[in-house]
Design a protein around this ligand. Sequence first.
Ligand code: SF4
Length: 369
Amino acid sequence: MKFLDEYRDADLAQKYSRAIASITTRPWAIMEVCGGQTHAIVKYGIDELLPEMITLVHGPGCPVCVTPLELIDKAVDIASHPGVIFCSFGDMLRVPGSGKDLFSVKANGGDVRIVYSPLDAVKIAQDNPAKEVVFFAVGFETTAPANAMAVYHAKQEGISNFSILVSHVLVPPAMEAILSSPATRVQGFLAAGHVCTVMGYEEYQPIARQYRVPIVVTGFEPVDILQGIYMCVRQLEEGRAEVENQYTRSVRRDGNQPAIRLIREVFRVVHRKWRGVGEIPESGLGLREEYAEFDAELRFGLAEYSAEESSECISGLVLQGVKKPYECSAFGTRCVPEHPLGATMVSSEGACAAYYRYRRLGPGVKSSP
Ligand code: SF4
């Protein structure tokens, strides 16, 4: 298969593994930003192909994981209203709020539906004019164009029973927050290829310059990731801190301009709280004034929520690359995918879920299948 098999080629992967070893002269810590990359690394054992001096640190790029607890509680509140059809991507349903999750609302008779596109939710609103239809708009820059399109389309069509509960976050401010933390050990980044497919990579140049970190835009297949690591290590060893693009088959420097225009038409940059991390200034998207009528928080007049994380859950430290999942005392015992304490054990992009699924129980320790 073109564009897939060649990026899972074992010989090519071994070649990059040897090339990385041949240029590495001292320890380096590299963060892969995206949870999809984390899953590929753990699934294919990419970290085990690297010299011991290279440490991969998992980043915050799992949108489900960083959606704040309060917003899950708001989603549960809205979904529990009679006359509401609450639409969401599937992996949000089992994310625990402070009391319930969306699955339990559904189990108790709430009309909670899994959709594969926000435009499906708009169609449900058109087909059910007597109901309020709400879409849980979660994600990074990757999902923002489709969510913006749903709102734009609803406005154009005069669909007044549709709204979105917005929890959009942006990658560059999170990278800056990680680099500004005294606890950081990150010396280079693999940036998320799909985010850069939308946004391009010019906005990473000031970060690379200011913090003196190499940033390599990287794809998601094993050979992509190994090539991204090779490019990052090569910069570190040569004392360079530049933005480079490994994922050239998808990413252009200036991104997808029509998608960026649509995002800017519908959304504005706002401060956002990240689950387990706290508020990061100008790190999210909210609806512009002209589209405020589609804001579910305003439509349902929700009060401000505050909620406390489980005291056992260290997902904030996992998301910032400070701890590995197996360093959490609840990992694999009191916290498993069927009964998660934190979102990183639920999401298909969560680091705890990856370590549990692929049986990484400690540094270099795997359980038998
Ligand atoms: S294993 Fe569970 S409790 Fe521990 S950090 Fe991960 S999600 Fe939180």
